[in-house]
Ligand binder design. Sequence first.
Ligand SMILES: Cc1cc2nc3c(=O)[nH]c(=O)nc-3n(C[C@H](O)[C@H](O)[C@H](O)COP(=O)(O)OP(=O)(O)OC[C@H]3O[C@@H](n4cnc5c(N)ncnc54)[C@H](O)[C@@H]3O)c2cc1C
Length: 332
Amino acid sequence: MMAPGDQTVAVVGAGIGGLSCARQLRAAGFHVRVFDKGRGTGGRVSVRRTKSGASFDHGAQYFTVRDAAMAQQVERWLAAGVVAPWGCRIGSLNSGHWTPTKSETIRYVGVPGMTAITKLLAVDMDLELQSRVTTVAREGKGWLLSFEDGKDRGVYDVLILNAPAPQSAGLLEAFPSFAQRIRPAKFASCWAVMLALEAPLDVPWDAAFVNDSSLSWIARNSSKPGRPAQPDCWVLHASPDWSMAHLEDSPDAVTARLLASFWQAVGMPPRQPAFVAAHRWRYAVPEKTLETRCLFDEELRLGVCGDWCGGPRVEGAYLSGLSLAEAVRSCN
Ligand SMILES: Cc1cc2nc3c(=O)[nH]c(=O)nc-3n(C[C@H](O)[C@H](O)[C@H](O)COP(=O)(O)OP(=O)(O)OC[C@H]3O[C@@H](n4cnc5c(N)ncnc54)[C@H](O)[C@@H]3O)c2cc1C
């Protein structure tokens, strides 16, 4: 049996789940290295900024807290100033008519953007961005990862995958019995549109779940704490059914159709946006999760975590990472 300090861990994915796992393992003494194909951390917790100062959380909108371990973590994030409650005026939109939602739920957001959370989780971590893992293979008793750029990053004792289930399963084709355990997790897709308006939209609300529309969600990003008030930035999410039906459409075609749905939903004539762009989330939110918070094979020293294990959303991803770190620790 090896001590944690003698063991190396490769974590593929710097999403909430991968980073929560990585931090816990590093605190336990493991040598952890995190790889992500993206230009920044966060995965589906993501911020798009424009040169003109517009900013959009175009993935996760906010997060809620149910679990005690998550509540403790959120207290630390609040104290560090990377998270704040979003006191938004939220409701539902039905054919242009807005109805406020009466709820006590606290909705938290990262400040100044949702990625503030993963930036903090990644502080002092051994992290390599823009490093896409293309294959994983056994090398002796360890794991050899291959990367798109062909560079050698060595062999690791433990391998953790944090990519969405279909992508993790794709990397594990040579390990069919493990990959088989991942496959029941299913994802819905989501087209997101980011829209900036020079003059603020005159509506008495900040966020709405939309009914009878191609859109399922509209939010004024500028109403979140720590965001610039100008320009007036909005994030629109298409419904899962619409997104699936239009998954392979061009971003321009999607933008045009969802903008039309937006103006219809808010009951106003269309205006020329100062900025507009669309982003496709192929694997957006889990429709079906595994029943366990993580999977870990002690023999292979291979684990997976993410929001598709045990519980969807940001909170589920965070707890999944913690649970996998515990599984790795306890088999030592
Ligand atoms: C449109 C949308 C709206 C959402 N709204 C909410 C919300 O309001 N509230 C909420 O709580 N949650 C929301 N979610 C869900 C939330 O974003 C996720 O539950 C959470 O961020 C998942 O974290 P994760 O760590 O499981 O995975 P991810 O964030 O998907 O992280 C996986 C990481 O793995 C990396 N990766 C994948 N393959 C490779 C590879 N081959 N090599 C290297 N790196 C790789 C990716 O780049 C990514 O960074 C939303 C998601 C979307 C897309």
